[in-house]
Write a protein that binds this ligand. Structure first.
Ligand SMILES: O=c1ccn([C@@H]2O[C@H](COP(=O)(O)OP(=O)(O)O)[C@@H](O)[C@H]2O)c(=O)[nH]1
Ligand SMILES: [Ca+2]
Length: 366
């Protein structure tokens, strides 16, 4: 991998540097805009998503513009195939068809494809997770796209957070050299919440005052089946449920002092989904909520658990967890406003866009 003369080459040409000798020469007039693409798979615990990005580099000294995102998702996530890893390869092949349509044929061999897995694979026994990743790699190698080193791997939670931050701040224009202010981001995954408290399950039985006394369900993950239920003779309701969540949240999470004077926070993933389920926002339009809106709704739901038993048995637990995480975990004030959105400027607010920037930067593209 060589260093680059940024006076003469744009980001599109820089891409070829990582695969010297493999890619055709991309020499173009110095002033021409360059178009390039990047493919990111988000292998989440509840689904696999493909993001195909098209960028235009007008000025090599500036960040590229994101012209377009093509997005598609499938359920369930790869971890559901822990015992049939070939199926993971099929899922990826199916989604790669989307990329073949979105990226012009001539660009295929210089368009990088990467997959980052999150909590679903983190929670699997390492051998099972590796078998899934190996199948993905085979599917990538068969594809016409450029497969960089370390193209397929499990990402840690810190990277997930940082890359989501990059995505939203890029999309909201805060990464321009002249802007000083940035926005905060909150992403809540489907399985990462359980990471903290799954090991505490005794006999693998999980009883909670956040669930209706009558609730009973088996929940399977990574080859183990957990028995989840309400406490048959215990107390239920918001106060009890909150105390339970506090044990998971309190003292575990660093409370950044910046939150006190912080500006705007964008929240997505489960913050968004649960707000929709709780009727706080419209699924299509998203919206703004105050931290206290979650807690008011949590009280209403948890104090009438039987009403939600048939349709939304986990809503009390989920919304109380979010309330507790925001207030006692991160230390947000009741009045803090969160912008709940799945998209900014029509682009998914996922860590995936940040991940492709990270990739370009690692091959010395700025
Ligand atoms: O592009 C995405 C990625 C995730 N989600 C939602 O975010 C939540 C988190 O799920 P994910 O599968 O990403 O879990 P993780 O692996 O991050 O824990 C789920 O409700 C997803 O439906 C979404 O709406 N769009
Ligand atoms: Ca996620």
């Amino acid at each position: 991998m060589g260093s680059l003369d940024r006076e003469n080459v744009g980001i599109g040409l820089d891409l070829s540097v990582g695969v010297e000798g493999v890619l055709p020469s991309l020499a173009r007039p110095a002033n021409a805009s360059r178009i390039f693409h990047g493919i990111v798979f988000d292998a989440g615990s509840t689904g696999t998503r493909i993001h195909v990005y098209t960028f235009i580099q007008k000025d090599p000294a500036e960040l590229p513009l994101l012209e377009k995102e093509t997005f598609q998702s499938v359920k369930p996530g790869l971890s559901a195939y822990a015992d049939t890893p070939e199926t993971a390869g099929e899922t990826v092949r199916q989604l790669l068809r989307v990329a073949k349509k979105a990226v012009p044929h001539v660009e295929w061999e210089r368009t990088p494809v990467v997959l980052r897995a999150t909590a679903g694979l983190r929670l699997l026994p390492p051998k099972k997770a590796q078998a899934l990743l190996d199948e993905v790699e085979v599917a990538f190698e068969e594809s016409p796209f450029f497969v960089p080193d370390n193209s397929v791997h499990i990402m840690n939670g810190t990277d997930e957070g940082i890359l989501a931050w990059v995505t939203v701040n890029f999309l909201t224009g805060q990464l321009q050299a002249k802007t000083k202010k940035t926005v905060g981001t909150l992403d809540l995954g489907g399985a990462s919440t359980q990471i903290t408290f799954l090991p505490k399950f005794k006999r693998k039985v999980f009883e909670s005052s956040c669930l209706s006394r009558k609730f009973r369900e088996d929940w399977s993950f990574g080859g183990l089946t957990y028995k989840i239920s309400g406490i048959p003779d215990g107390s239920t309701g918001f106060t009890e449920c909150y105390k339970e969540m506090l044990k998971v949240v309190k003292g575990v999470i660093h409370q950044p002092p910046e939150l006190q004077d912080s500006n705007t926070f964008y929240a997505f993933s489960y913050y968004f989904d649960i707000a929709v389920e709780a009727g706080l926002i419209d699924e299509r339009r998203g919206g703004m909520v105050k931290v206290q809106d979650y807690s008011i709704r949590a009280k209403e739901v948890c104090n009438k658990l039987s009403m939600y038993l048939a349709t939304k048995p986990f809503l009390c637990m989920d919304i109380t967890y979010i309330t507790c995480l925001l207030k006692d975990g991160f230390g947000f004030k009741d009045e803090t406003i969160l912008k709940l959105t799945q998209k900014v400027n029509n682009v998914e607010t996922s860590w995936a866009l940040g991940a492709i920037f990270d990739y370009f930067q690692n091959i010395k593209i700025h």
